[in-house]
Ligand binder design. Structure first.
Ligand code: FAD
Length: 407
């Protein structure tokens, strides 16, 4: 009888993995630590590479119901309001990559994946199931949860996020890297925004040691606003010093954000003023992956933030989790039965690690460019004015994901 593949974590990565594997004929068992399956707020940009996968999974109708399709990505100066660069999205990007650029609320993407999964019989989700350890045994993996539950599968995928327990056991306990950046996030209604900013556009405001991004989600009914500033939680920024670093939902105060922004143009201040209730979380990541051994070993694979957490400055964290999942699904569909999971995971790691590492490195570099001050800021603005669109477009990224090598 076919053994399940056990997936630790039911976030966007875990559900995408479950969907990809069940579509390839593999039974899966998802173990999620939370008592209920849901995603906390904040928007996600879906580049053509992520939309390509979601459409391939038959989700295009569901996506169209809840995404917005921005017409452009505009980069503006937070102080002067000048436009520094612009990338046409809409029909231009669709023609270039065969897929649109979309923006979505995290909760909507999560429910879309969950709905697609629930329509399948070959999967099972256990809630309140926090994976604490695993052991590779003969032709399978046994997995233990904190509440004492044991189960056995043919293989284990750790999709348990930045603080992954599976990663810690597989690769050793290396602490996450604090970026020194804090993300304030909130939602604003279009009617509360300045008229010129209600258009379907992704706008990125760049300032000294900060940036703010906003874009429509839910077909434009609401705008997602994220402001990233440099600072430490509990020291002039919401929460209490020493509060849970793993929480995404620290209480935040608009006054702290306004102080951190310093002098900003009136349009940007109007966007900040339009947000009804801010939440805050510290951004952490890990250095870029150094080799395939960080993506999988034996019958255990890592996926999404568990493998390659990154700063959100290339807007690709969820997209890379979705690409990882798609790759696993493709390899499983191409494999012969009984599946040699160690060999399949080795091909998965080879197919994924370098691209994930590149996205991690580019995200980190974008953060330095976005937050530049002084001479570096002037240089950045000149480069954007001269090279504009070619700096913002990412053919190597948006043209993916690329099919893995089969058996
Ligand atoms: C401000 C910000 C903006 C972003 N913008 C974008 C964007 O525009 N585009 C984009 O693509 N990405 C974006 N991202 C990144 C994206 O949100 C993440 O990379 C993505 O959600 C990772 O998904 P994941 O499933 O790997 O991890 P997570 O979302 O962290 O999910 C992990 C799941 O595992 C569960 N879990 C944890 N430990 C255990 C355990 N031991 N046992 C069982 N379950 C466990 C958790 O409860 C959770 O449900 C952004 C991130 C931030 C912070």
């Amino acid at each position: 009888m076919m053994q399940d593949v056990v997936i630790a974590g039911g976030g966007i990565g875990g559900l995408a993995c479950a969907l990809a594997l069940t579509r390839a004929g593999q039974r899966v068992r998802v173990l999620e630590q939370s008592a209920r399956l849901a995603e906390v707020g904040a928007g996600i940009q879906l580049g053509p590479n992520a939309v390509r996968v979601l459409n391939a999974w038959g989700l295009s109708d569901g996506l169209t119901e809840c995404v917005a399709f921005p017409e452009a990505l505009k980069v503006r100066d937070a102080r002067s309001s000048a436009t520094l660069g612009c990338l046409q999205l809409g029909a231009t990007i669709r023609a270039r990559y065969g897929q649109p650029y979309a923006t979505i609320h995290r909760a909507d993407l999560h429910s879309l994946l969950l709905k697609a999964l629930r329509a399948r019989a070959d999967m099972d989700v256990s809630l309140g199931a926090r994976v604490s350890s695993f052991a590779e045994e003969g032709d399978g993996v046994s997995v233990t949860c904190e509440d004492g539950r044991h189960l056995r599968g043919a293989a284990l995928v750790g999709a348990d996020g930045l603080w992954s327990q599976v990663r810690t056991q597989l690769l050793g306990a290396h602490p996450v890297r604090a970026s020194g950046h804090l993300a304030y996030r909130g939602l604003a209604l279009p009617q509360d925004l300045p008229a010129a900013l209600r258009e379907p556009v992704v706008t990125a405001w760049l300032g000294d040691r900060l940036h703010v991004v906003h874009y429509p989600v839910r077909r434009g009914e609401v705008f997602n606003v994220v402001a990233v500033v440099e600072g430490v939680l509990g020291q002039g920024h919401g929460g209490a010093a020493g509060s849970d670093p793993q929480s995404w939902t620290h209480d935040a105060h608009a006054a702290d954000l306004t102080r951190a922004l310093g002098p900003a143009c009136s349009d940007l201040m109007a966007v900040i003023g339009a947000v009804r209730g801010w939440k805050l979380w510290p951004l952490n990541d890990r250095p870029p992956m150094a080799g395939p051994g960080e993506q999988a070993r034996g019958r255990v694979a890592l996926l999404g933030d568990a493998a390659h957490p990154l700063r959100p400055y290339l807007a690709q964290g969820a997209a890379m989790a979705i690409e990882d999942a798609w790759t696993l699904g493709r390899l499983r569909a191409d494999s012969r039965y009984p599946v040699d999971w160690s060999a399949l995971f080795a091909r998965y790691a080879q197919a994924r690690w370098a691209r994930n590492a590149r996205v991690q490195a580019r995200s980190e570099r974008n953060g330095r460019i976005f937050h530049a001050s002084g001479l570096m800021r002037l240089g950045r603005n000149v480069a954007m004015a001269m090279m504009g669109e070619s700096l913002l477009d990412q053919p190597w990224l948006y043209g993916g994901p690329h099919a893995p090598r089969a058996e």
